[in-house]
Ligand binder design. Sequence first.
Ligand SMILES: [Zn+2]
Length: 171
Amino acid sequence: MEKLDSFKVDLKGMISDTVSYQWHIDDRFFSAVQGPEIQQGQLDASLQVKRTSGVYELTFGFAGTVKVACDRCMELMDQPVEAEQTLKVKLGDRFEDDGDMVTVPEGDGTLNVAWNLYEFIALEIPIRHVHPQGECPLDAEFEESSSEQETEKPIDPRWNDLRKILDNEKK
Ligand SMILES: [Zn+2]
């Protein structure tokens, strides 16, 4: 786990009320974390820790792409992810995570946020993720076999948003 040492946040030892961290996350991060959903990706991530009356507010931000299997062809595709998430942490007797608040043992006073960050990234993967239209290896076959398919296929508004993001990235 030493590969993830840079994700260790020293809460107890904070010398000012705000501390910031920056990381570039790549495949090595995902292989060290060993999460089930994501094995590869490239993202820039940041963390701002704010200390206010015994509670630490951790604000994570990240943007980039992760590789996930396309729902149609099962080949890996780039899924853009971008979000900001917060986590509240306090010091206490023993480690606890009740969903809203993480308690870190006071004697240690540090929290390795690698897994928290991983979970926030994994949350951003849409339930349905497929290659952009025309880029899925199954597209050619699909169009030939069913020309009426177009009318039956409901257009998910999130799909249009994703198209916009992908189109912008190509420019
Ligand atoms: Zn595909």
